[in-house]
Design a protein around this ligand. Structure first.
Ligand code: NDP
Length: 452
């Protein structure tokens, strides 16, 4: 609950300006609740209207995307890009292609990204974009035509020193390749304008693995400091079966944990022997099949459809939970089930997968809660490393990138831990620490640059 008068007024004004944008409002409330402490400690935040400036995007673009499907029928989608802040570097943030995408989702992701990019310590500003286009069910040719049309508008707003998009839900290597090809064709230049590119044309080794691996490095650092513990011997539940989920599963198992669940929007798998990552990758990365197929291929595993009354990933007994699917997938009842089953840590691979109520419940019950803006920052951090390699016209080895990623994730945790101590926060409340640490850097940069 927000109590400080200035912060309250900022939130009321925000709600008036952004009606009917529930995800955006939720992200704003969560951040403002944490920043009250910083506002009280630093009167210059109010004096310089830094909260209002932080919460107002520099630019928000919405555009029409028309393309021809395989039956020569005209299709119309809506595209977006929010360029939130360039205070600490060029705008940076992924593109999401999913039917649920709207202005609220894009702006909430942009806002979350601000703090995330700041926490990485790399010089990256904040942005996000996407479309309500659904790659699922479309042919490769249709996806290429959509991406080309999308980029035919987006190219005006981006550039290697201006705004560098990447992938997110529905945008993987295939889509980034089509987008990059069209940008190059229109601009007639070969630059690192997108990250998550193929290795043949400027991509970085370990970018595919980065978000999932980084999530596990962050979780391990928190477990080590707060519980003198690790993944070794732990039962882990993961939700989702996309890019983040696959590589979180792989790294958690490499670190000695046993991941027993993965899911998609139709249902989930329980595998008491530990998820077979090779099968998961074959199904999701090669065949683009539904997760139900896993149970047909792996003896002993069970598929449960997502349906009211059915058990869920979150009712599975575990020590560590890694939500890696989508926003608001873990609600208060799920948090209660996890706590009742003795969970120690919940760290977010997805962006805002826990509702605010669920996050508070986990923190109040002593669970280590790693918010997505810190725990999943490995993706954007490695995108930063890809930009660096593109600028220097060289490529680092997998191990070099992976070791830099590990250092960055451990430093993010360290930075939050130091902030927690400075503000006398509960040791398991990484949310408040992450929000304050991320905000302070941006606020200082905004103040130093004058009224821009
Ligand atoms: P993908 O598109 O690769 O995978 C998303 C996965 O989540 C799919 O398995 C999808 O299933 C599942 N999913 C979507 N909606 C639901 C739902 N309502 N219930 C259960 N499962 C669902 O996306 P990513 O793995 O790239 O992204 C996942 C999350 O991680 C997002 O929140 C994203 O913003 C965040 N993230 C991603 C980063 C990256 O580098 N890729 C970086 C930082 C954060 P289905 O196939 O049925 O839709």
């Amino acid at each position: 609950m927000i109590t400080n008068a200035y912060v309250k007024k900022v939130f009321e004004d925000f709600c008036k300006k952004n009606p009917n944008e529930p995800e955006y409002t939720q992200a704003c409330q969560e951040i403002l609740e944490s920043l009250e402490l910083a506002v009280e400690k630093h009167p210059s935040i109010e004096k310089n209207h830094l909260l209002e400036r932080f919460l107002e995007p520099e630019r928000f673009v919405q555009f029409r995307v028309t393309w021809l499907d395989d039956n020569n029928q005209i299709q119309v989608n809506r595209g977006y890009r929010v360029q939130y802040s360039s205070a600490i570097g060029p705008y940076k943030g992924g593109l999401r292609f999913h039917p649920s995408v709207n202005a609220s989702i894009i702006k909430f992701l942009g806002l979350e990204h601000s703090l995330k990019n700041s926490l990485t310590t790399l010089p990256m500003g904040r942005g996000k974009g996407g479309s309500d286009f659904d790659p699922k069910g479309n042919s490769d040719t249709e996806i290429m035509k959509f991406c080309q049309s999308f980029m035919t508008e987006l190219y005006r707003h981006i550039g290697p020193d201006t705004d560098v998009p990447a992938g997110d839900i529905g945008v993987g290597g295939r889509e980034v390749g089509f987008l990059f090809g069209q940008y190059k064709r229109i601009r007639d230049e070969y630059t690192g304008v997108l990250t998550g590119k193929g290795l043949e044309f400027g991509g970085s080794l370990a970018r595919t693995e980065a978000t999932g691996y980084g999530l596990c490095y962050f979780t391990n650092a928190a477990l080590k400091t707060l519980k003198n513990d690790s993944f070794a011997g732990k039962t882990v539940v993961v939700s989702g079966s996309g890019n983040v989920a696959i590589y979180a599963t792989q790294k958690a198992q490499q670190l000695g944990g046993k991941v027993v669940t993965v899911s998609d929007s139709n249902g989930w798998i329980y595998d008491p022997n530990g998820i077979d990552v090779a099968v998961l990758k074959q199904l999701k990365e090669v065949e683009r099949a539904r997760i139900s197929e896993y149970a047909k291929r792996v003896p002993g595993s069970v598929y449960t459809e997502t349906k009211a009354g059915n058990p869920t990933v979150w009712t599975t007994k575990c020590d560590i939970a890694l939500p890696c699917a989508t926003q608001n997938e873990l609600k208060i009842d799920d948090a209660k089930a996890l706590v009742a089953n003795g969970v120690t840590a919940v760290c977010e691979g997805a962006n805002m997968p826990c509702t605010l109520e669920a996050a508070h419940y986990l923190i109040d019950n002593g669970v280590i809660y790693g918010p997505g803006k810190a725990a999943n920052a490995g993706g954007v951090a490695t995108s930063g490393l890809e930009m660096c390699q593109n600028s220097m016209r060289l490529s680092w080895s997998f191990d070099e990138v992976d070791s830099k990623l590990k250092d960055i994730m451990e430093n993010i945790y360290e930075n939050i831990y130091t902030t927690q101590k400075k503000y006398d926060l509960k040791s398991n409340d990484l949310l408040t620490g992450a929000n304050i640490a991320g905000f302070e850097k941006i606020a200082n940069a905004m103040k130093a640059q004058g009224l821009v």
